[in-house]
Design a protein around this ligand. Sequence first.
Ligand code: PLP
Length: 416
Amino acid sequence: MTKPAAPSSPIYMDHAATTPCDPRVVEAMLPYFTQMFGNTGSRNHKYGWDAEAGVDKAREQVAKLLNADEKEIIFTSGATEGNNLAIKGAAYMYEKAPAGQAKRGHIVTGLIEHKAVLDPCKRLQKEGFDVTFVDPPVDGVYTAEMIKQALREDTILVSIMWANNEIGTINEVREIGKLCKERGIVFHVDGTQWVGKMPTDVEKDNIDLLSFSGHKIYGPKGIGALYVRRKKPRVRLQSLFDGGGQERGFRSGTLNVTGIVGLGKACEIAMNEMEHDAARLFKLRKHMEDSLLKSLDYSAVNGHKDKRLPHIANISFGFVEGEGLMMAVKDIACSSGSACTSASLEPSYVLKGLGVGDELAHSSLRLSLGRWTTQEQVDFAIEKITFAVKRLREMSPLYDMHKEGIDISKVEWAHH
Ligand SMILES: *Cc1c(COP(=O)(O)O)cnc(C)c1O
């Protein structure tokens, strides 16, 4: 397989944030920029027909990956839009407003969802919907039982992510879907980290709405898709944009033909190669986690030990300072357990949600591997991180005190 012409330094271990475009995807897209550049809405000439043929093929490729029908695929600009369309679109369509009752309906989601789910839910809350944000367990995995506890008579929508983008944990989607089906509740899944990496079957998995994104699966940025169930039951959505009525009225706007063709190709490649990729990445990730945990005491993997994606590791290292750690591992492009907000570095709300303390959240790394990650890169990362953590600890008075048996929970932490 051709290696993408990406810079090799720092080594890229942030595939949960975005992936390089597969060269085969770029190749498939190129003719649609310059030759088959038509608008799919142009019904009277070859340019329009060629563009439409490209989109039709992509729709088939996407549908096949999900075991869906082509008519159930709506192209969006990415998972943020897909989530917004699914959540707001369903809420407005299915709101229950019994006479004399102020509530517009009840929505259930998780506390450690992506912002692209949390924020639309918070907006609906402001608009009068009732929303339950279910607390995660310490292992981060949502079970059907946990969701069941949150359901009410007036629940209209459940939105749960398939796999968590920070810790890689996998929720009980199929079981939660079954629960929703039994009660006639619309079930949305943010599948951005799952689709294209793991087998997906909207029928068996009992999903009504499924959003995902091109750039997380070796496709281009700014394109994604939303699956909308058409039978058993037919799910309706109120559209967010008014305009030309494209995508059967769900999503007005001239179709991003190049992006769509790229997404289709990315889905086709994923379909063929996910099994191989997942098995290979599982071994690499396991090797990385095992090696780091073995050589560094006071380190721990965040999230469930086994119910997790093959390629994401999120590890906390005790007794090191977060910013120092990030500085020391800058040869590795990865994410930390800190989120940049306008004012300061905040500990990740996902790790916080699991009960990880602020200090430990800051000294966590998310290492996410991908299609071109090599054994050499993983070994380099292990070496680099081990060295960095040990060196930082040599300079840490807390680590010394702890080694000497002083109970540091009784010692004032130095804040910076
Ligand atoms: C990346 C991501 C998103 C946002 O996707 P975009 O296509 O960048 O808008 C939403 N949900 C999850 C779980 C993600 O990982």
